[in-house]
Design a protein. Structure first.
Ligand code: CP
Length: 310
């Protein structure tokens, strides 16, 4: 199949075939990353604008590197160092970047739906790099890619996602992605951090972390987002860790070959112990590497790249 969408705004809208196309394209891109000279001319002359209204290390740097490896021009702006601080609106910022020739706008924004507004405003492609609590589709695609690469398939796997589901755009995108690809998703976290009605996505809410982990093929710990925790949704970090922290003892409930994942940045000793994060089942740094390949694939598909080798 061919990619037909102008934008990548979320995985809720994508079909299993579209997700598979991104993952297959990312596999070709990963081969480029293994070369001594990681550069192909596929997007020569194209312009990628990374616009980040929230902090980021992984997503922003991997989009910048992805653009460079495909020979695109790449510019990055943060809200705090742009005309946003003078009151410029998101719409006018997007129109300004498009008027300067951007072919792809990569947007991270604290408000759900912000990339959708920009996608309706500009003719160029828009990629959602995380919007509020809503979706983080490129993170989920790199997670799917990592699991498929390690396990050979996604269909039939059991994926346990543990932690703050309510505030997690990573969890939402992963629930859509894994269920569309035929995996079973179990969720567990404090009741105050479980969105009501989340079962409509096809995920199963588990009462205990032990129930979620039992026999799981993939275990994903979510970051406790201290910056979004003004409401006192759990009594203390110590209590959270005691009830939901991913320790070696708890991980022993999962399959012996279970993968341990975390989208980063991690709070070591809170949602995941250092022993598990650095242990033999963790694929956390491979997730980061695969993030570059997946973002190369998305830029290539959305910017209409030419032949990868010339
Ligand atoms: N996982 C993730 O989105 O990390 P960054 O906030 O560092 O981009």
């Amino acid at each position: 199949m061919k990619w037909k969408r102008k934008d990548l705004l979320g995985l809720q809208d994508l079909s299993a075939e579209e997700i598979a196309l991104v993952l297959d394209t990312a596999a070709s891109m990963k081969e480029i990353l293994s070369r001594p000279i990681k550069k192909v001319p596929a997007l020569r002359g194209r312009v990628v604008a990374n616009v980040f209204y929230e902090p980021s290390t992984r997503t922003r740097v991997s989009f910048e590197l992805a653009a460079k490896y495909l020979s695109a021009e790449s510019v990055s702006i943060t809200a705090s160092a742009s005309s946003v601080v003078k009151g410029e609106s998101l719409k006018d910022t997007a129109l300004t970047l498009a008027a300067m020739g951007a072919d792809v706008v990569v947007l991270r924004h604290p408000l759900a739906g912000a990339p959708h507004l920009v996608a309706r405003t500009v003719r160029c492609a828009v990629i959602n790099a995380g919007d509020g609590f809503h979706e983080h589709p490129t993170q989920a695609l790199l997670d799917l890619f990592t699991v498929r690469e390690k396990k050979g398939t996604l269909a039939g796997l059991t994926v346990a996602i543990i932690g703050d589901i309510l505030h997690s755009r990573v969890a939402r995108s992963n629930i859509w992605g894994f269920t569309k690809m035929g995996a079973r998703v179990r969720l567990c976290g404090p009741a105050t951090m479980m969105p009501p009605g989340i079962e409509v996505t096809g995920a199963r809410v588990c009462a205990t972390v032990e129930e979620a982990l039992e026999g799981a093929d993939v275990v994903m710990a979510l970051r406790i987002q201290k910056e979004r925790q003004q409401e006192g949704l759990f009594p203390s970090l110590r209590e959270y860790t005691g009830l939901f922290g991913l320790t070696r003892e708890r991980l022993a409930l999962a399959r012996p070959d279970a993968l341990v994942m975390h989208p980063g940045p991690m709070n070591r000793g809170v949602e995941i112990s250092a022993a598990v994060a650095d242990g033999p089942r963790a694929v956390i740094t491979e997730q980061v590497t695969n993030g570059v390949a997946v973002r190369m694939a998305l830029l290539y598909l959305l910017a209409g790249g030419g032949a990868v080798d010339g």
